[in-house]
Design a protein. Structure first.
Ligand code: UN1
Length: 499
């Protein structure tokens, strides 16, 4: 019998009100059942929100440095359990152990950064325009935050949302992707062990259209943070708009790596292999377009294909495996649909089929795939596929590459390989993305810098770095007038002045 997992509500592990569960299986070994997870309902969300609401007054008044201390302990515990949790993440998510260890490290970095932020959370003191009056700001907690997280960074993304929310003094209800509930259950276990007070963190497992929708629509949740598809994001945004909720969206990408003829080609090949096929292309920051300058196009493609053919597919816990499976059957089917679309639009240069053979037949494996002769504006060149599919586009001048890069509805990350300093700064200035890398792939965001994109990738907020702390708090402005008389701003100061 596989294990049955529980929700975590009000400091206790509890069964779902429905008595129903869903299966969580290993995407590389379908026969490996990881466990049954609660298929919760609105009632479970109600309970979790009530617990989070009840915990808010005390938690929000706990000094921020003390809140940060708990996050520091979380960092220590995650470090101690890094390998164990990374293994669990690979088992349910599929990417290689090296990658899930990186995912864990991103969570650890986020925890320590949050720990320090508990001793900062700076406000500002600003001179008043009037005599004998002070003006200052401080950051105030908001309330219960509803967090909805994806499968591809099963640990890091929940920490990106949860830790800053907690340090700012909010309480949370989290619903992880139904593909990766185990990793988040382990994270919540760690928070419990670190001493997070009862009700401050609540975990409700279930389906997006049931639990996710209940969180988004709950009147006692004023803040929602979601990472996932642009389509789901716009549905969430409509509800949040109607209900006046604060919302952070992190959605799709169609990220390009641009290679100029003067670049170090070996370095650029390493970059695109990691960017396009790492995490089996299932990253918002995956490289799904490769823009090659005319002069080097043919040589680059030939060398890239040779390297891509050598990538070892398999179960991410096995030695030397470089590329894991896709997350589930629907994802495989979506990739297959794009292969058909691509065949009508471009040249299929390699891959294009499910990967079979020893160790692959029981999982959702797909061959690393490269299309060449891809036309800017075509579906292959503009739509997010979220799989190991790379579209190669040829260009003549940097201006043209910049234009092609910007011709999509998404704007997460971009990358330029060159030795030319002027071209690098042109890229920083003109590429319409939230993140631009020079001589590094489209992947590689660090926990202490803001992460996010422009256009339909996001809605103007950033995760990570110092900016996310603004999202999870309200600015309170405080004036103290000790003049002992009525002083009218904008009026009394100016009555006797020439202005
Ligand atoms: C995502 O793709 O959903 O830079 C997040 C990166 C990672 C985070 C990616 N550190 O790609």
């Amino acid at each position: 019998m596989a294990d049955s997992f529980k929700n975590f509500i009000d400091g206790a592990w509890v069964e779902p009100s429905t008595g129903q569960y869903f299966e969580n299986r290993n995407p590389a070994r379908r026969s490996d059942l990881i466990g049954n997870f609660p298929r919760s309902s609105r009632e479970d969300v109600d309970r979790a929100v009530a617990a989070a609401k009840a915990a808010f007054p005390d938690w929000s008044r706990t000094p921020a440095p003390a809140r940060g201390d708990i996050l520091r302990r979380v960092g220590d515990l995650l470090t101690a359990r890094k390998d164990e949790i990374a293994r669990a993440a690979t088992r349910e998510m599929g990417k290689t152990l090296q990658e899930t260890r990186g995912d864990l490290q991103e969570g650890i970095d986020t925890a320590y950064y949050a720990g320090v932020e508990g001793r900062r959370l700076f406000g500002q003191t600003v001179p008043s325009e009037l005599r004998n009056k002070w003006a200052m700001t401080y950051r105030r907690p908001i309330g219960v935050c509803g967090l909805i997280t994806p499968f591809n960074f099963p640990l890091a993304i929940p920490t990106w949302k949860m830790f800053p929310a907690l340090v700012c003094g909010n309480t949370v209800v989290i619903k992880p992707a139904e593909d990766t509930p185990h990793t988040v259950a382990l994270l919540v276990e760690v928070l419990e062990e670190a001493g997070i007070p009862r009700g401050v963190v609540n975990l409700v497992h279930g389906l997006g259209e049931e639990v996710g929708a209940a969180i988004v629509e709950h009147p006692d949740i004023p803040v929602i943070s979601f990472t996932g598809s642009t389509e789901t994001g716009s549905i969430i945004a409509q509800t949040c708009g109607r209900m006046h909720k604060r919302l952070s969206l992190e959605m799709g990408g169609k990220n390009a790596q641009i290679v100029l003829a003067d670049a170090d080609l070996d370095l650029a090949i390493d970059g695109v292999l990691w960017g396009a096929f790492g995490t089996t292309g299932q990253r918002c920051t995956a490289t799904s377009r490769l823009l090659l300058q005319d002069e080097i196009h043919d040589e680059f493609v030939a060398r890239l294909m040779e390297r891509a053919r050598g990538l070892k597919l398999g179960y991410g816990l096995e030695k030397d495996v470089e590329v894991g499976p896709l997350i589930h059957e629907a994802s495989l089917q979506k990739v297959e649909e794009y292969i058909e679309i691509g065949k009508g639009e471009a040249t299929l240069a390699m891959g294009g089929e499910r990967a079979t053979g020893e160790g692959l037949d029981d999982g959702y494996f797909f061959q690393p795939t490269i299309f060449t002769d891809v036309k800017p504006g075509s579906r292959l060149a503009t739509e997010e596929i979220f799989g190991p599919v790379l579209s190669v586009i040829r260009f003549k001048e940097l201006d043209e590459a910049i234009r092609i890069n910007n011709e999509v509805k998404y704007g997460l990350s971009s990358s330029l390989y060159t030795r030319d300093a002027v071209a690098s700064f042109r890229a920083f200035q003109d590429l319409d993305n939230g993140i631009t890398y020079v001589n590094a792939p489209t992947i590689g965001a660090e926990a202490h810098l803001p992460f996010g994109g422009v256009k339909q990738t996001g809605n103007g907020h950033r995760e990570g770095g110092w900016e996310v702390y603004e999202f999870y708090s309200e600015t309170k402005v405080c004036y103290l007038d000790y003049s002992g008389k009525l002083q009218r701003a904008q009026i009394d100061n100016y009555e006797a002045s020439p202005y």
